[in-house]
Design a protein around this ligand. Sequence first.
Ligand code: CAA
Length: 257
Amino acid sequence: MSDAVIEKVDNAGVVRLTINRPKALNALNSDVLSALEKELVELEQHPSLRAVLITGAGEKSFVAGADIAEMRDKTPEQARAFAGQALRTIKRLETLPVPVVALVNGFCLGGGCELALACDWAVASDNAIFGQPEVLLGVIPGFGGTQRLPRRVGPAMALDLVTTGRKIDAHEALRIGLVNRVMPQAELEDYVAELTKQLMGNGPQSVRGAKQAVHDGMDQDLDSALALETSLFAFCFAGEEQTEGMSAFVEKRKPDF
Ligand code: CAA
């Protein structure tokens, strides 16, 4: 592991970002957020990006939240700027055109949970702990938790978590729909490798289109969202992927995307 607070490995368009501050349980300070945003700006221009994996260094923590020591003496204006930097960075992660998978290997608290909420997939090790404990620190979630959490798990459960600050284990996180899968920690990497392989086997433009339809449609009324889906569906027929995918089915062979 290098000294960089964000490590990047690009394996044929599957880019893995590792938040590398294990001594502070990968807490998000300004340096981590700046480095992460820089990587994401580059990824937005990546010519052949297929998937992004994001995780925290070490086996103990994904991200244990925003950096409390850094936040302690902030004024309201500085707090607003810090939250703004985080919200912008997390939005960039969320709006990458390809699937983004969070590998949650341990503590996933506060800003860490808010980061995971912006990912399309969250795969957790069975020792993962989730929560929005901000009220225990005299604040509220500031990196999107009050908005993305109710959209993911519903308002009742979101209110439970953000007002009590209680922590939940990986199995409860799975039950409420906060994560997609729970794995023994030793199997997490193999599972994600399999998931990535599955994503890579599909048409890259269709995967992007499916993500775009879900994300952009969620913020619209149903009729507008269905119209968006129709446009994106029709657009598929302008490319080679649809011809290849449907021809392969008819010819009883595997598609070559
Ligand atoms: N910020 C800064 N440092 C942190 C941190 C954080 N969020 N979480 C952990 N650390 C640091 C600890 O201070 C400690 O550093 P030192 O070794 O220098 O003392 C190191 O990481 C290891 O932590 P612990 O010794 O506390 O480890 P533990 O295993 O006993 O406990 C823990 C782990 C339960 C996660 C505990 O560290 C903890 O409660 N952390 C804070 C979690 C939290 O409240 N997160 C929300 C932050 S606020 C937020 O995120 C606001 C927002 O929406 C933007």
